[in-house]
Design a protein. Structure first.
Lengths: 293, 293
DNA sequence: CAGATTGATGCTTTCAAGGCATCAGTATAG
DNA sequence: CTATACTGATGCCTTGAAAGCATCAATCTG
């Protein structure tokens, strides 16, 4: 059995007339007659009653017609759906992002732009750190992610540069007697510092310490946090100072104030990273949003 | 697009391997490769990603696979259903019957037998008179009916003889002083009679009057009822006597007694009638039940 | 009764599916 | 590190089935 048989069957059934159906199908009448006979032979049943003049659907044919129309409609929908998935119009896109980067700027803007351009794609957002994202992207658990990239990318991953963020000094509010004014690193000698674990972002960690050293500061690290949020909680608790992403200004924790650091020029390179063989068509769409921003 | 494309696609998708699929399909590997390519060309999308070694479903391919498996399953069900309809195992059978004939004997027995042999056929029963049934059968509103046949059948209708029923005298209880004993027609001269309308069953009506005349009775008809139930209601009300189907003994109305009529030998020929081109396969099943009784 | 219209059938053609041989690329075993 | 095996793709040829043409048989219509 082939779709041809079913197409011819539906045409004949709807016209109740072989010749009319054959014209609609743009084939000769004998061809249609034969295909209908073949279909009947294969099913082993009569789909049409042969009247002295003309034909008419049998009971079985009526049932078959109802079912087959639904089947053909479903087939059409299936093709349509596959094409829309392939164009990235429907489906699912799993994107990771560093939480602070999602508070303002290109990351949330891109999410909005994507939602407008592909409203039927389920956008699954996973806020998590850079190393986590890279692992998940490589494992195929994420289609892409917004990260701060210091280390070179693993092979297979491609990146889109989106700009750079800076760093700020975070201090407990009650330590900040003087009004908001930039500080210098060597003013901070002897202060107690909170850092993140080195093995979380080794390259960034080393970059930070090197920059401090160049400005004559070897920070006295009294505690380490799992991530920046944890570090800021410790600052909020009055444990010490910390150097953090400047995006934290958009959602300052309680009991914490931020100061620019005059002599520390560290840039956090925000990138969108994805597997080079972009397997998810919706990803193309997101890349387009990023490039046309 | 033909079913071949879809069958090959599903095979390749489930094996994630062209050669394995080609073996399952009993065709050569190049044939499968080509059909997959043709399908992709026709849909205008990539269903598979070509890896350096082997292939893998693309996102669109995954969506297509899910949909197409359902489509193919539905197609199988459709064929199955059409075949079962054609064998009369499922579907609908609309049968008429004269109510009194349905109270006992072959008519209800056949209904039970049919229900056992084709439990999934919806049996739609319509209790109504012989002329009504014949009209509905000819109009295609009924597939067949149990009738009492006096007039010759219209063309296109076939009949199965099922036996004969007799007639009884029905009288109001308070008129029946003597115990149940057969009566003779000429004992009833001068009695008031209730008949049915002649145009309802002309042949039966005439047969009845002729038989009465032969026994020396010209019944004094005081009222006519639409059908036998109406006639019996009038008897029950004490309006007069009536000659009715002997099946009424199985559900005697209140205030009515029945007597056999010694010198009236009228036989009511019970027949199953259907259109000669038995268009409903379930009807075959019912005919089989009637013939194997 | 002539002509039109129905679907079926015999014969021929044609086009596409299938098979074979082979290629290019990569993984694997020795 | 090479030989081999295995992947899917491609070129070429064969063949089978679908389509077309002409026609038939039956029936309806004017």
């Amino acid at each position: 059995m082939e779709l041809r048989h079913l197409r011819y069957f539906l045409a004949v059934a709807s016209h109740q007339n072989v010749r009319a159906a054959s014209e609609e199908l743009h084939v000769s009448q004998p061809a249609v007659s034969r295909q209908i006979q073949d279909l009947e032979d294969e099913l082993g049943i009569q789909l049409f009653e042969r009247l002295p003049r003309g034909i008419r659907l049998s009971r079985a044919g009526e049932a078959f017609r109802e079912d087959i129309s639904r089947v053909m409609a479903a087939l059409g929908v299936a093709c349509e759906r596959a094409q829309r998935v392939s164009r990235g119009e429907i489906g699912e896109l799993r994107i990771g992002y560093v939480e602070v980067a999602g508070w303002e700027g290109i990351v949330p803007d891109t999410f909005h732009a994507f939602r407008e351009s592909a409203p039927e794609v389920r956008l699954e957002l996973t806020p998590t750190g850079t190393p986590d994202q890279l692992a998940m992207i490589r494992a195929g658990m994420l289609d892409g992610g917004f990260i701060y990239q210091f280390d070179p990318l693993p092979p297979n991953l491609a990146a889109l540069h989106l700009g750079e963020h800076g760093v700020l000094l975070a201090m407990p509010s009650r330590w900040a007697q003087r009004p908001d004014r930039p500080v210098k690193l060597n003013d901070l000698t002897g202060e107690r510092f909170i850092f993140f674990h080195r093995n979380a972002y080794p390259a960034y960690y080393d970059l930070l310490l090197t920059a401090c050293a160049l400005s004559g500061l070897v920070p006295h690290i009294v505690q380490e946090g799992q991530n920046e949020a944890a570090v800021l909680s410790l600052v909020s608790a009055g444990i010490g100072l910390a150097i953090v992403n400047d995006r934290n200004r958009y959602r300052p924790p309680a009991q914490v104030e931020f100061r620019e650091i005059e002599d520390l020029n560290i840039r956090l390179p925000l990138r969108f990273v994805y597997r080079h063989e972009r397997t998810n068509p919706a990803l193309q769409n997101m890349l387009a949003c990023l490039e046309n921003r």
